[in-house]
Design a protein around this ligand. Structure first.
Ligand SMILES: Cc1cc2nc3c(=O)[nH]c(=O)nc-3n(C[C@H](O)[C@H](O)[C@H](O)COP(=O)(O)OP(=O)(O)OC[C@H]3O[C@@H](n4cnc5c(N)ncnc54)[C@H](O)[C@@H]3O)c2cc1C
Length: 403
């Protein structure tokens, strides 16, 4: 149960899960206790790197239970759960430190294939995504097209039954681990920008594709620049109609936006914050004044976020049209992650230094502190990826506040 004070009218907003929902929550908790490998949960807890092999294994465990794709319809191996059930599932998974599955396959291109794909494409790709047999990455952004995505320049010219693709994508997360990439390409340069874009699925090992690694400032290979030089892509690998790729792209972003509140992830980080606080108190470390109050303030922000998120999700489940409201969730959820990271970093203090040169490169910190700095840098990207905060402010101003 969750209570939030301070709604517009001043009354108490209250969300109470039903008996069925609580039973479902228990079922998920039991499953996680029995099936989530402890070694993987520990890595997620501490923010350490979870390998592709570990993530593949976890995806397959969930797939065997029928829970790998909560957001897909049952006929394609999904669960058919509504958004509230998906929220409960997500929160339980994060609470137990289960790793998040590949969003590119499950939350982006999978739903797009279900909506716009041919029967052949559905049969080819969906079972492979569900079982982590095939990993996708996302080729949207370009050096000259980020927030202004409709200005993509990567060209795809028709040549018989193929397109010939030339150009470059940037900030492509995980391309080095992916088997395929989904791309927005320009198929018609002579019409209004949005009307000349197509959506292609292509094998990243195709001749003419090359990758240049891009590193974040914590030293991690986070992105890639992907180059296409005369890459031949069969026309049968286009998703949706030619020049109508913008519709597919928008639908994909819309699906993504409904689950962007990061409530589950924020809850996980808050639990880490409280644990870290307790560890440091026990160790007799002098903590910054007001740290406990600060944690409670973050907790209140999180409760407000969850209440707003559940309000929007239950309205959607009840059949209401959702407009630009998820932009508020994206904005507030990503800002809250960063605020929590900031405090966690302060609490951990010098122990956020991962290695001690004096000990020949051995970690000086307990493992719960070792990756705090790295996580803080990594999460800086949350207010940029998937649409920057400035862009979300514009959307909220225009479409929610009518300014
Ligand atoms: C961690 C991370 C992972 C990513 N992964 C991927 C991926 O896998 N695939 C992919 O395709 N892309 C990915 N991206 C790229 C991401 O989608 C873009 O960075 C984002 O869309 C912003 O585009 P840009 O970097 O070109 O910045 P720009 O669009 O050039 O913006 C620069 C600045 O101007 C501001 N700005 C732009 N337009 C406006 C406006 N109209 N009003 C006010 N301010 C504005 C922006 O907020 C920003 O501060 C990733 C980014 C990050 C940080």
């Amino acid at each position: 149960m969750m209570e939030v004070l301070g709604s517009e009218t001043g009354e108490v907003m209250q969300y109470q899960f039903s008996t069925e929902q609580l039973q479902f929550q228990q079922q998920v908790e039991d499953f996680l206790k029995e099936n989530l490998p402890a070694s993987v949960a520990t890595k997620v807890r501490n923010g350490a790197f979870v390998s592709k092999a570990e993530l593949t294994d976890w995806t397959r465990i969930l797939n065997a239970r029928g829970w790998a794709a909560p957001n897909w319809p049952e006929q394609y191996g999904g669960t058919g759960w509504n958004l509230t059930y998906r929220h409960i599932f997500d929160v339980a998974c994060r609470r137990h430190h289960a790793p998040a599955l590949s969003g590119f396959g499950f939350n982006m291109v999978g739903p797009a294939i279900i909506k716009y794909g041919s029967e052949a494409q559905k049969a080819e790709f969906l079972p492979k995504i569900r079982n982590a047999d095939l990993w996708f990455c996302q080729g949207y952004s370009e050096p000259q097209a980020g927030s202004d995505l409709a200005s993509v320049r990567t060209r795809a010219e028709r040549d018989g039954d193929d397109y010939v693709v030339n150009g470059s994508k940037i900030w492509t997360s995980g391309a080095e681990m992916a088997d395929w990439i989904f791309c927005l390409v320009r198929t018609n340069p002579d019409v209004q920008q949005q009307k000349g874009i197509s959506f292609l699925l292509l094998d990243i090992t195709s001749p003419g594709v090359s990758l240049k690694p891009l590193y974040a400032f914590n030293g991690k290979r986070l992105w890639n620049q992907v180059f296409f030089e005369d890459v031949r892509v069969p026309v049968s690998q286009r998703l949706g109609d030619e020049d109508r790729g913008w519709t597919v792209a928008k639908s994909l972003l819309g699906d993504e936006r409904l689950m962007v509140s990061r409530v589950a992830e924020n809850k996980r980080i808050l639990a880490n914050l409280r644990e870290t606080f307790a560890h440091q108190v026990q160790r007799g470390i002098n903590l910054p004044e007001g740290a406990r109050t600060h944690i409670n303030e973050l907790d209140i922000r999180l409760q407000a976020l969850e209440a707003t998120s559940l309000r929007i999700l239950t309205a959607f489940d009840g059949g209401d049209q959702i407009g630009a409201e998820p932009s508020m969730l994206k904005l507030k959820g990503s800002e809250l992650v960063q605020a929590q990271d900031e405090l966690l970093f302060t609490l951990v203090d010098y122990m956020a230094l991962p290695l001690d040169a004096a000990t020949g490169g051995e970690a000086v910190s307990p493992d719960w502190a070792e990756y705090v700095a790295s996580g803080r840098y990594h999460h800086r990207g949350f207010t940029i990826a998937g649409g920057s905060s400035e862009v979300q402010h514009n959307i909220i101003a225009k479409q929610v506040l009518g300014l």
